[in-house]
Design a protein around this ligand. Structure first.
Ligand SMILES: *[C@@H]1O[C@H](CO)[C@@H](O)[C@H](O)[C@H]1NC(C)=O
Ligand SMILES: *[C@@H]1O[C@H](CO)[C@@H](O)[C@H](O)[C@H]1NC(C)=O
Ligand SMILES: *[C@@H]1O[C@H](CO)[C@@H](O)[C@H](O)[C@H]1NC(C)=O
Ligand SMILES: *[C@@H]1O[C@H](CO)[C@@H](O)[C@H](O)[C@H]1NC(C)=O
Ligand SMILES: *[C@@H]1O[C@H](CO)[C@@H](O)[C@H](O)[C@H]1NC(C)=O
Ligand SMILES: *[C@@H]1O[C@H](CO)[C@@H](O)[C@H](O)[C@H]1NC(C)=O
Ligand SMILES: *[C@@H]1O[C@H](CO)[C@@H](O)[C@H](O)[C@H]1NC(C)=O
Ligand SMILES: *[C@@H]1O[C@H](CO)[C@@H](O)[C@H](O)[C@H]1NC(C)=O
Ligand SMILES: *[C@@H]1O[C@H](CO)[C@@H](O)[C@H](O)[C@H]1NC(C)=O
Ligand SMILES: *[C@@H]1O[C@H](CO)[C@@H](O)[C@H](O)[C@H]1NC(C)=O
Ligand SMILES: *[C@@H]1O[C@H](CO)[C@@H](O)[C@H](O)[C@H]1NC(C)=O
Length: 632
C-alpha cells in the first residue's frame, strides 16, 4: 500500500506565512534510476539539476554541483527567456482573476530542448486551479534556435477521468494495443486526485491529492481504487541535487513577477584551449598502432547482409539462422541468437565478453559487454564505452497497412552501428597495446520503441550499483545512409557537458585530420553539433539517457536531424534494407568512430584516477625476486 495524503494543502497562518504542500512532495520514486523498473518512456524522467546522478553516485563535484552546500538552483539559461515569455501569456489569460502564485518546474521537452511544466495557479489566496491547456495561447517570441512551430511547447496539465472509457484507455492500455507505434499509456505521468479543482472556482477546495508518478507495477492497484478518480497528466517535478522540487513564482498585483533569487542560470562553458591540450594524448602512438585490415570493407559488406537477415548467420556448429525478429518486445525475438553469434565472433579473437541479462514484460533481455583491456604503462579507472543497439524498430508502413508489428531489417538503424563495433574489436585490440583506458564495446538491446532505451537504462543502472564511472560514451547509430551521395557531412553530436564538447572537438579537429588520408572515403566533412543545436540528433538516440544522468557522450551519425533528411524513405520501414546503404560512407564513418575510440583510450593518462602500471610490474618483479631468494 502506498501512503495516502489526506489533506491536499494546508494554509497555516503562522506569522502570515503561507504553508503549501508542493506537488513535488507527491513524488514516490526518489531515485528512479536505481529502481528495478527501468523501461524507457513509460514515464518522463525528471530533469536533474545541480548534482546529477553521476555526481551523487560517484561522488564527483563540478561547476554546477556542490555536494556539500545546496542552496542554489542551477538551471540552463535557455529556460529563463522561455519561461518569462510563457508566464506572460499565462498571466494575460488569467488577468481578470486574482492570481498570487504559480507552481512550475523545468523538464526536458521535445527535440532535446529544455522547457517548463506549468502545473497550477493559486487564486484569491484561497485555492488552487489547474492551468487550462486548451485556452492559453503562447506567444511566438520565444528566444530559441528553433522557430515558433518547432519550439518545444510547455507542458500543462491534462485531466483524465477514470470513469470515462476513452480516458481510461489512455491511462491504462497496454502498449501493444495502442493505435500508434510510438504511443505509451500515460499512467507513469499521472498525479492522482479525487476531484477537479475546477469544479469549485469560487470557494476553498477539499480536493484530495494522492501520490503521483508511480511505477507501472502499481497500475492494477490504482485501476481498482475507487478514490483515485482523476489523473492529472504532468511530467514529474525536477530534482535539485537529487531531491524532488517544484518552484513557486509570486505574482504581484500588477501582474509582474520575479524569479526566486536562488536560481543560478548557466550555459555549458566551451572547453578552454588549455583543457583541450591537457586531454590530448601525449603522443601519436594511438595513431601509429591503428591499422585497417585489407578486408575491412568486404567484411563490412558481408556483415551487413548477414545481420539484416538477407543472408544467414552461420554458427561454428554450422547451424544457420536468418534474423527476422529483432524488436525487444517480441516474445519470440532472436536477439539472444544474435548475441550468441557475436560472442562466437569475439571468442575467436580471445576477447572476453559478458552477457548482461534482465527481464522486461517477462521476456529475457540482454546487453552484451565486450572487454578490451588497456595494456600501456599508465592505467585509469574509467573505460571508454563504445555503444550501438542491436534491436530494430517496427515497420511503420507495415503497421499502417496491416496493423501488424513487424520489425524492420534495420540495415541502417542500426545494423550499421553494430558492424562498426564488431569490426572494431580486432583493430582496438592492437591500439590498446599502449593505451591507459579499457575499452568496453557495449551492444545494447531495446533502444527502439516501444522498449525505448530499455537496454541502456539497465546498463547505466549497473554502473551506478557497481560504482563504476566511465570516461565517455561513444555511440554509433544510423551511420550508413546518404540521401545525397555527394553529401560530405558526418554529424559529431556532443552531450550536454563541457567534457563532451571537448571530446567532440578532438574528434573533429584532431582525430579526423590525422586519419583522413587513410580512410575509405577521403572527402567527408565532420561537423560538431552541440546538444542545443537544432541540427543535432543526439536527442533521438540512447544518448539522451547519458545526458539526463550527467555522463559525457558523443554520437556519430549520418546527415539526419529534425531539419534535414528527417522524412526520408527507409527510416523505420520496410525500405531500411541493404539496398539503401551507402557502403563506402558507412565504412568510412565506422573507421572514424573506431579511430576516435582508439584516441580516447589514450587521453588524460596522467589524470588523478590513473596510476603507473610499471610500479605493479616492479612489485611483481620484486616479489618474484624475494620468492627466489626465499627458495634459495
Ligand atoms: C566524496 O569526496 C570528498 C572529496 O571530494 C571526500 O571528502 C568524501 O569523503 C567523499 N565521500 C564519499 C562517501 O566517498
Ligand atoms: C530558494 O529560496 C526559497 C525562498 O525564496 C526557499 O524556500 C528555497 O528553499 C530555496 N531553495 C534552495 C534549494 O535552497
Ligand atoms: C487579491 O487577493 C488579495 C488577498 O486576498 C487581496 O488582498 C487583493 O485585494 C485581491 N486583489 C483583487 C484585485 O481582488
Ligand atoms: C478550458 O478552456 C476551454 C477553452 O477555452 C474551455 O472550453 C473549458 O471550459 C475550460 N475548462 C475549464 C475547466 O475551465
Ligand atoms: C519553421 O522552420 C521549419 C523548418 O525549417 C519551416 O518548415 C517552417 O515553415 C518554419 N515556420 C515558421 C513559422 O517560420
Ligand atoms: C470534473 O469536471 C468535469 C468537467 O467539469 C466533469 O465532467 C467531471 O464529472 C468532473 N469529475 C469529477 C470526478 O468531479
Ligand atoms: C509592479 O509592482 C512592483 C511592486 O509591487 C514593482 O516593483 C514593479 O516595478 C511593478 N511593475 C510594473 C511593470 O509596473
Ligand atoms: C549451434 O550453436 C548455437 C549458438 O551457440 C546454438 O544456439 C545452437 O543451438 C547450436 N545448434 C546445434 C544444432 O547444436
Ligand atoms: C587481443 O589481445 C590479446 C591480449 O594481448 C591477445 O591475447 C589476443 O590474441 C589478441 N587478439 C587478436 C585477434 O589479436
Ligand atoms: C510473468 O510471469 C509470471 C510467472 O511466469 C506470471 O505470474 C506473471 O503474470 C507474468 N507477467 C506478465 C506481465 O505477463
Ligand atoms: C548534394 O550535395 C552536394 C554537396 O553538398 C551539393 O553540391 C549538391 O547540390 C547536392 N545535390 C542535391 C541533388 O541535393
Amino acid at each position: 500500500m502506498f501512503r495516502k495524503v489526506i489533506i491536499f494543502f494546508l494554509l497555516c497562518q503562522e506569522n502570515n506565512v503561507l504553508c503549501i504542500i508542493p506537488l513535488c512532495s507527491y513524488v514516490t520514486n526518489g531515485v528512479h534510476y536505481l529502481q528495478p523498473f527501468i523501461s524507457g518512456d513509460d514515464q518522463h524522467i525528471p530533469l536533474y539539476t545541480g548534482c546529477k546522478p553521476v555526481n551523487s553516485e560517484f561522488n564527483i563535484t563540478d561547476t554546477n554541483c556542490d555536494l556539500a552546500v545546496s542552496n542554489k538552483i542551477y538551471l540552463p539559461d535557455s529556460l529563463k527567456s522561455a519561461g518569462e515569455n510563457q508566464l506572460q501569456s499565462i498571466l494575460k489569460h488569467y488577468k481578470s482573476m486574482n492570481i498570487t502564485l504559480i507552481e512550475l518546474w523545468p523538464t526536458l521537452g521535445a527535440f532535446g530542448f529544455y522547457t517548463w511544466v506549468y502545473a497550477r495557479i493559486f487564486h484569491d489566496e484561497t485555492h488552487w486551479i489547474w492551468l487550462n491547456s486548451s485556452s492559453i495561447e503562447f506567444s511566438s517570441t520565444v528566444d530559441s534556435p528553433l522557430n515558433e512551430s518547432e519550439y518545444p511547447a510547455p507542458y500543462l496539465p491534462q485531466l483524465l477521468i477514470k470513469s470515462n472509457a476513452n480516458d481510461h484507455f489512455e491511462i491504462f492500455t497496454d502498449i501493444l494495443s495502442l493505435p500508434s507505434l510510438y504511443m505509451k499509456n500515460v499512467f507513469g505521468d499521472c498525479l492522482w486526485t479525487s476531484a477537479n479543482y475546477t469544479n469549485s472556482l469560487n470557494r476553498p477546495q477539499l480536493t484530495k491529492i494522492y501520490s503521483g508518478w508511480l511505477p507501472l507495477e502499481k497500475m492494477n492497484e490504482i485501476d481498482q481504487d475507487l478514490n483515485h478518480n482523476i489523473c492529472v497528466v504532468l511530467p514529474q517535478p525536477f530534482r535539485v541535487n537529487g531531491k524532488p522540487y517544484s518552484l513557486f513564482i509570486n505574482i504581484k498585483q500588477n501582474n509582474s513577477f520575479q524569479w526566486p533569487s536562488n536560481i543560478s542560470w548557466y550555459t555549458i562553458p566551451s572547453p578552454s584551449s588549455n583543457d583541450i591540450l591537457k586531454t590530448k594524448p601525449v603522443s601519436d602512438v594511438w595513431y601509429n598502432d591503428l591499422q585497417w585490415p585489407k578486408t575491412f570493407a568486404d567484411e563490412w559488406k558481408s556483415n551487413m547482409y548477414r545481420l539484416t537477415g538477407m543472408q544467414p548467420l552461420q554458427y561454428e556448429n554450422k547451424t544457420e539462422i536468418y534474423l527476422t525478429r529483432k524488436s525487444s518486445i517480441q516474445t519470440d525475438n532472436q536477439l539472444m541468437n544474435l548475441i550468441d553469434y557475436l560472442i562466437e565472433q569475439y571468442n575467436k579473437l580471445n576477447i572476453q565478453t559478458e552477457k548482461q541479462i534482465f527481464y522486461w514484460r517477462n521476456i529475457t533481455q540482454a546487453n552484451l559487454i565486450v572487454y578490451i583491456p588497456a595494456r600501456g604503462s599508465y592505467r585509469c579507472d574509467e573505460p571508454v564505452v563504445f555503444i550501438d543497439h542491436i534491436d530494430t524498430a517496427f515497420e511503420e508502413d507495415t503497421f499502417d497497412d496491416t496493423g501488424k508489428r513487424r520489425s524492420t531489417p534495420g540495415a541502417d538503424d542500426n545494423v550499421s552501428g553494430l558492424i562498426a563495433l564488431l569490426q572494431s574489436a580486432a583493430i582496438l585490440n592492437k591500439t590498446q597495446e599502449n593505451a591507459c583506458r579499457d575499452i568496453w564495446l557495449v551492444h545494447v538491446t531495446g533502444e527502439e520503441y516501444p522498449a525505448a532505451s530499455l537496454g541502456i537504462s539497465h546498463f547505466l543502472q549497473q554502473l551506478f550499483i557497481k560504482k563504476q564511472p566511465i570516461y565517455t560514451a561513444v555511440i554509433v547509430d544510423m551511420i550508413g545512409h546518404r540521401v545525397n551521395r555527394s553529401d560530405p557531412i558526418v554529424q559529431v553530436n556532443a552531450g550536454d557537458t563541457t567534457k563532451s564538447l571537448l571530446v567532440a572537438e578532438l574528434a573533429v579537429n584532431y582525430v579526423y585530420p590525422r586519419i583522413k588520408n587513410h580512410l575509405i572515403l577521403q572527402n567527408l566533412r565532420p561537423v560538431l553539433r552541440r546538444w542545443s543545436d537544432p541540427f543535432a540528433y543526439l536527442y533521438n538516440t540512447d544518448g539522451v539517457r547519458f545526458v539526463e544522468y550527467g555522463f559525457n557522450c558523443l554520437l556519430f551519425n549520418e546527415h539526419i536531424n529534425y531539419h534535414e533528411n528527417f522524412e526520408r524513405e527507409g527510416y523505420h520501414d520496410t525500405f531500411d534494407t541493404v539496398n539503401l546503404i551507402d557502403f563506402e560512407y558507412g565504412q568510412t564513418v565506422s573507421q572514424y568512430a573506431i579511430a576516435t575510440v582508439a584516441m580516447l583510450s589514450h587521453a588524460e593518462c596522467r589524470s588523478e584516477s590513473c596510476w603507473k602500471e610499471a610500479n605493479l610490474v616492479l612489485i611483481a618483479g620484486l616479489s618474484l625476486f624475494l620468492s627466489i631468494l626465499y627458495a634459495m
